[in-house]
Ligand binder design. Sequence first.
Ligand code: HEM
Length: 563
Amino acid sequence: QLLSVAGTGLGAVAAVWTVRLLGRHAWYTYRLSCFSKPHATSWLLGHLGQMQSTEEGLLQVDDLVRMYTHSCSWFIGPFYHLVRLFHPDYVKPLLMAPASITVKDELIYGHLRPWLGQSLLLLNGEEWSHRRRLLTPAFHFDILKNYIAKFNSATNTMHVRHRALCMCEQRDVNMLILCCTQPLLSVRVTACGCWICSVFQDKWCDLAAKGTTNIEMFDHVTLMTLDSLLKCAFSYNSNCQRSTSEYVSAIVELSELIIDRRQKILHHWDCIYWRTQQGKRFRKALSIVQRFTRKVVQKRRALISHQKTETDFTKAPQRKKDFVDIILLSKDEEGRGLTDEEIHAEANTFMFAGHDTTGSAICWTLYNLARHEPFQEQCREEARDLMQGRDGHELEWEDLSNLPFTTMCIRESLRLHAPVQAVTRKYTKDMTLPGERTVPKGVISLVSIYGTHHNPAVWTDPHEFQPLRFDPANTEGRASHAFIPFSSGPRNCIGQKFALAQLRVVVALTLLRFRLTPGVNPELGTSSGGVRRLPQLVLRAEGGLWVQLEPLTLHSLEELQEE
Ligand code: HEM
């Protein structure tokens, strides 16, 4: 009897829930009728399963943009209602809306919360404004200048031939590779009998010297961006480009698990996810990352409290301020700083938001230049002119503004292959768009960066790589929100100057040292001209992005002093 009462109770709750869900669905369908709606599978399931994170998914966006020019509505079962926007005039009012009425929706951002916590990327309203004010100084030019040497050094590590010092004579030696138990592990014996056992990863010059000129860029470049972020955030030299780092592997694993979770609808529910294998792996990787961040922050706080004043601290010999130093010292108007918990969240966000995005931008820029030899040559000439008469192989802060053509190529690549394909928002009030259309409060607005960057109503030949679009002489009259790789408005990317600085350093140094041509994916046997784009957390390529390297200055590279 008890069971049947419980059953009736549950049935009643389910019925009320279903009626409410359908009522809500009908209401949003009515409110969104001012937007065009692409063909849906049914009145109930809508466009469920039609949005794909594949090449076909991007081609589908191209079709929507061609057909609807500025926007359309979309719904995923009766659960989620979206407005998809892909025209600057429609994107602008939403991105420029005050952050006080903007909410990051949990559908896209919720899975990041266990890792990033209450950080700038995920906060809303007043808490977000307060945090943004506190963090903005950490991205000031004066701070970014200090990072240029770290960008150079991380790039050098990616490029140069590994040098080993003979233990007894303290000089370079030719090494014999004795055994290779794993692809990366090798015991190396020097001519004089010293041995060095380490986990090595061959770098671009090593590979080229061994005759491997066809390389996949994503793995190399992602490790390089992680290496430099660790140096900038924590002054930590992880050596992760040469040997395995537990922390770096954990970050890579977390990013992969987030993509995996997004794609499995049942894994969206915490009560299911944490019981799965993936959930358990996520927890394990997370604990490694959190332990690392906690340790660095604790150490640094202790160091600061040992210094009598802030001035003493900043005057501490040799070490320039890193991201953690700055956020540990930042105070609001009332003298309030961030708690340890908040600092962990921001440091984790810095690593998450900075590594894949910049890595993707670097790979696609190099790929586009590999496919366009004359543009590549022009960038190389620009970099050579800059370095002429110099002893060093390093770019300096002042050099960055003297690479106008390279910067145009980077911008064009960010347009054609934007690392972040879309951002989403919910608004706490109705938002009016051109043509008397209204996005009702609570509906998800999906700002398609890809769609806006490939909109033929905005860009001529949108699928062509044409850097001169970004020549100042050609940008006049372009809509302010036509180019939005870093989003725009109050919640734009706080790290964009950091990313652009790193991009210029990596691209210029790479072109000074290597000639790039399109590579061949050995598994698919296709040249990278036929690459299939893969929009995940950031834009990648199925089977990787391959280029052919031709070293231009091997001799001088070998002379480079590694840190
Ligand atoms: C090419 C590289 C990058 C691209 C394309 C990029 C793109 C973006 C985009 C589109 C957003 C808006 C996200 C949203 O509204 O949901 C964003 C936000 C953000 N980005 Fe970046 N980003 C890049 C590099 C970086 C770097 C290097 C850092 C830090 C070191 C960073 C830190 C952040 C943070 C903290 C936010 C949140 C800002 C806020 O909500 O106030 N990004 N980024």
